[in-house]
Design a protein around this ligand. Structure first.
Ligand SMILES: [Zn+2]
Length: 173
C-alpha cells in the first residue's frame, strides 16, 4: 500500500512537469479536438479528466479543475462539487472497463506532500488489484506499464461521451 502511494510523489507527467508553465492550464487551453492525442477523456464545465502518462496501474487517471489553484479552499464550490460528480463518472467508467478490486483516490497538496504539479490541484484515481503491491515492490523503480496508454484511452473514452453519463453509480439502485 505504501509503495503505490509514494510514487505519487513523482511528478504527474515526468517530462512535462519540468517545462515552463502549468500542464493543466495548457490542457485547458488546448483545442478540444486535440484531446485524444493529449489523452484528455472528458471536459466538464469546471474540470477535465486526463490519463496519467506514467500510470501505476492500468486506468490511472486524474480529474483537474480548470482553475489554477493549489488547494481545496481556493477552489470555487461549483468546481469542487463537479469534481466529485465527475469522480462518480470516473469510478463507474473504471469499474466497467477494468473491474478492479478497489481504488485509491488521492491529492497531494503542496510539494512537500509530493505534488509533482504543486500549483494546480488534481485528484488521482488509481485502480487497484489484489496483489498489485507485491508485484510493484518486486519491480521496484522500474515502471511496468500494464497496458499501452492509447489502449487505455480507447477503452475509457466511450464512457465519457455524451453529456449525461449513461450509467453513474448514483443512477443505480
Ligand atoms: Zn494551472
Amino acid at each position: 500500500m505504501d509503495y503505490l502511494w509514494s510514487p505519487w510523489r513523482y511528478q504527474y507527467v515526468a517530462g512535462d512537469a519540468k517545462r515552463e508553465g502549468c500542464i493543466f492550464c495548457e490542457m485547458k487551453r488546448l483545442d478540444p479536438r486535440r484531446d485524444p492525442e493529449r489523452l484528455i477523456l472528458y471536459r466538464g464545465q469546471f474540470n477535465l479528466v486526463v490519463l496519467n502518462l506514467y500510470p501505476y496501474t492500468s486506468g490511472h487517471l486524474m480529474v483537474a479543475p480548470y482553475a489554477h489553484v493549489a488547494s481545496l479552499v481556493e477552489l470555487d464550490h461549483r468546481a469542487l462539487v463537479e469534481m466529485m460528480s465527475i469522480g462518480q463518472r470516473v469510478e463507474a467508467a473504471l469499474e466497467r472497463a477494468y473491474h478492479p478490486d478497489g481504488y485509491n483516490l488521492g491529492m497531494n497538496l503542496g510539494r512537500s506532500a509530493g505534488a509533482g504539479v504543486a500549483d494546480h490541484l488534481h485528484l488521482h484515481f488509481l485502480p487497484r488489484w489484489r496483489g498489485d503491491t507485491n508485484f510493484m515492490t518486486v519491480i521496484g523503480e522500474t515502471r511496468v506499464l500494464p497496458e499501452d496508454l492509447s489502449m487505455t484511452y480507447r477503452k475509457l473514452a466511450p464512457f465519457f461521451q455524451g453529456e449525461a453519463a449513461e450509467s453513474t453509480p448514483g443512477d443505480r439502485k
